[in-house]
Design a protein around this ligand. Structure first.
Ligand code: ATP
Ligand code: MN
Length: 466
């Protein structure tokens, strides 16, 4: 099968009157005495292709009927000649010879008419919102970034590992978990029988994973450089614009690597992705810059060129304490950095991304490498303006005795983690990694402000339709 050129491809062709076929959805129909002008979009790019129907075509009765029934949202097939466009703003257009109306979109019912709709309204019609410029642009950037993530790691000798979605370890500490069961809870509840997880599918309680890290560490200890890129689930009941219940995470893990190597990788990674977005999604980024987040392109260009500010958690707290800013949560050494603190550090202190290192061990996961001071761990979060944390990572505790001691302090049962501890028992290496939330990256690159608008079908509290 040979695929017809997309509108994106047609728009970049030299127009010499060649015969072309356009298939897509009508964005607008404009009629004058001499002609009908259709703007047609097929999602291959932001731009529409203009198709011009000379009015003599209307002498054909069925063509005329099609034109009358055509409206915004209808799908069409147009055969015509690709010619240079006399109009401003486009190089080429299609001189229509044949028009076929394929699927109507009656204007009295089709919800996406020309007027701009609010993002809130569009969230209610997630199955149609991708037909708008904004959501189609997000989808294209999302696609390009997903591919670029693989490119980045593959070019650097990292292997892509598929870690499981279902897990039975419930104490990774990264967030509340969704339980997975094949028990008939309704029947059990009706009969008043207490739940016996021995009878559940896995013979014990199981959950959807909150992170692939622990599993990917096992592959790291054999393949040296690995990454996961898959869905993760957190039953966070926080209804914020930065949290989803189902989101995608990229988690690289490197053997023989320390915190500095980790920071270098994270920085290079973000800069690489932003550079590709600027280059390969230029039209969509220009759209976001104009319509969603003024100044976006310039700030992205700056990211690629400037190194990220680095400061320790202790320094960050001092900056916050010494500032005159009023925070809802008063910062103090030992507190978890709130989004407002992260925004302050990036927007007011650094004027760009900040890498914060060496957090108090109490607010970080058990597996992070303990520093000499006995108080902090070799953690690193990358924070960005507008919403704060985009990456969370660390050097891992690779010394068996210290890891076991930390687990004891935290009251973690060691039995379920024997496999994880084995990695420290046999051929242990210093190793490091991080997690980048894919949707947070997309918020950053598109300038969109609500995370529910950068994933096709958002899952959030009380939101799982479509
Ligand atoms: P936050 O403090 O912002 O809730 P976290 O510290 O819980 O994030 P980590 O456990 O470090 O996050 O996860 C790694 C990355 O995953 C984060 O830096 C963020 O980009 C992303 N992330 C975490 N939770 C969510 C979520 N609920 N929805 C979307 N992305 C998330
Ligand atoms: Mn974090």
């Amino acid at each position: 099968m040979t695929l017809l050129p997309t509108i994106k491809q047609l728009l970049s062709m030299e127009a010499v009157g060649q015969s072309v076929t356009v298939r897509g959805w009508v964005r607008t129909k404009r009629e004058t005495k001499q002609a009908v002008f259709l703007e047609v979009n097929d999602g291959s790019c932001l731009s529409n292709i203009q198709c011009v129907l000379d009015s003599f075509l209307r002498q054909n009765q069925s063509t005329n009927e099609s034109i009358l029934r055509l409206s915004t949202g209808a799908s069409v097939e147009i055969i015509g000649e690709l010619v240079p466009s006399p109009a401003k703003g486009q190089r080429v257009e299609v001189k229509c010879q044949q028009l076929k109306l394929i699927g109507e979109a009656p204007p009295e019912r089709y919800p996406l008419q020309k007027k701009a709709h609010s993002l809130e309204f569009l969230r209610e019609i997630a199955h149609l919102r991708v037909r708008t410029n904004t959501f189609a642009a997000v989808a294209r950037v999302r696609n390009r970034m997903a591919f670029a993530i693989h490119q980045f790691f593959q070019e650097r000798g990292f292997y892509y590992i598929h870690t499981p979605i279902i897990t039975t370890s419930d104490a990774e500490g990264a967030g509340a978990m969704f339980q997975v069961t094949s028990l008939d809870l309704e029947a059990l509840s009706k009969s008043g029988t207490p739940i016996d997880y021995e009878k559940d599918f896995f013979g014990k309680k199981a959950f959807l994973t909150v992170s692939g890290q622990l599993n990917v560490e096992t592959y790291c200890q054999a393949l040296s450089r690995v990454y996961t890129f898959g869905p993760t689930f957190r039953a966070e009941n926080s209804n914020t614009t930065r949290h989803l219940a189902e989101f995608w995470m990229i988690e690289p893990e490197m053997a023989f690597a320390h915190l500095d190597d980790n920071i270098a990788l994270a920085t290079e990674f973000i800069q690489y992705l932003v550079a590709i977005a600027l280059q390969d999604c230029a039209e969509d980024i220009a759209f976001f810059d104009q319509r969603i987040q003024p100044g976006l392109r310039e700030s992205l260009e700056r990211i690629v060129k400037t190194s990220f500010t680095r400061m320790s958690y202790t320094e960050a707290i001092r900056e916050l304490e010494d500032s005159n800013a009023v925070f809802e949560f008063k910062p103090y050494w030992g507190c978890d950095l709130q989004s407002e603190h992260e925004k302050f550090l990036t927007e007011k202190v650094a004027g760009g991304p900040v890498v914060v290192t060496d957090y108090p061990k109490e607010i970080k996961a058990f597996y992070m490498k303990q520093n000499e001071d006995g108080k902090t761990v070799a953690a690193m979060d990358v924070l960005v303006p507008r919403f704060g944390e985009i990456i969370g990572g660390s050097e891992r505790e690779w010394r068996l005795d210290l890891l076991e001691k930390r687990m004891e302090e935290l009251g973690l049962a060691k039995e379920p983690y024997q496999w994880y501890l084995d990695l420290r028992r046999y051929g242990s290496t210093p190793h490091s990694g991080f997690g980048l939330g894919f949707e947070r990256l997309l918020l950053y690159i598109t300038g969109m402000t609500n995370i529910r608008d950068v994933i096709p079908f958002p899952r959030a509290p009380r939101q799982a339709d479509f």
